[in-house]
Design a protein around this ligand. Structure first.
Ligand code: SF4
Length: 213
């Protein structure tokens, strides 16, 4: 079943058709657009399907990094402990850094600012980097990640959860089907690859979360 935070055909049909003169505002994780705002001062890598949308004249990219907003760059690596971003917003889970610093409050402030930027720019759709404790939408780390030990859970990071709660649809850089459907909405000549799937439909996701889906 498609997660509710992903846009469906009804959502795409209801979007106004953007033009180069009246482009659609789309919120992007700033790192996806090449901003060096990853915790280690990098851009978190290359994701061509998501990044191709940044070049379309019918899209007005709105860039924001909630972790940089609160903690600057470079910064410690942080993860959600005891739940998802939704649980953090509800006061039921915390965000801790590798050194054990509690970043919960700053992560919520970053999420609130991201929502403010989205509302100011009339954003209806965000394209965010999955797995991040702030921007993840399909999957996040389950507690602190280390080089030797990392586990995952289904759910959104804190900033993505804030957007989703306020009705903004979120696509991750690994949701290839949704990204291509959106590209087709923007440019009807763009063809969606038949075999394209979203992250929750991958073999890895189905196998890893087999007891949870
Ligand atoms: S918080 Fe979001 S925008 Fe910032 S580096 Fe992490 S994934 Fe990118």
């Amino acid at each position: 079943m498609q997660p509710a935070h992903l846009p469906d055909a009804t959502f795409f049909d209801a979007l106004p058709q953007p033009t180069a003169q009246q482009p659609m505002p789309v919120l992007f994780s700033a790192c996806l657009a090449g901003t060096l705002c990853g915790f280690d001062g990098t851009d978190n890598g290359s994701y061509p399907v998501a990044q191709s949308l940044l070049k379309l004249p019918q899209i007005k990219p709105v860039l924001f990094c909630p972790e940089h907003f609160s903690f600057g760059t470079p910064r410690e690596l942080c993860d959600i402990h005891g739940g998802t971003g939704m649980d953090v917003l509800d006061g039921k889970a915390r965000v801790l850094t590798e050194a054990g610093n509690d970043w919960t409050e700053g992560m919520i402030r970053g999420a609130e600012q991201m929502l403010k930027v989205a509302i100011e720019n009339k954003v209806q759709l965000a394209i965010l980097l999955d797995i991040s404790a702030a921007c993840g939408s399909q999957v996040i780390s389950n507690g602190q990640r280390t080089a030797e030990n990392r586990s995952y859970r289904i759910g959104a990071g804190v900033a993505a959860a804030m957007l989703i709660r306020h009705g903004i649809k979120v696509i991750s850089q690994r949701d290839f089907k949704s990204l291509q459907l959106f590209h087709h909405k923007i440019d009807p000549y763009f063809k969606v690859a038949k075999e394209s799937i979203d992250h929750h439909q991958t073999d890895w996701y189905r196998s890893y979360f087999s007891e949870k889906i």
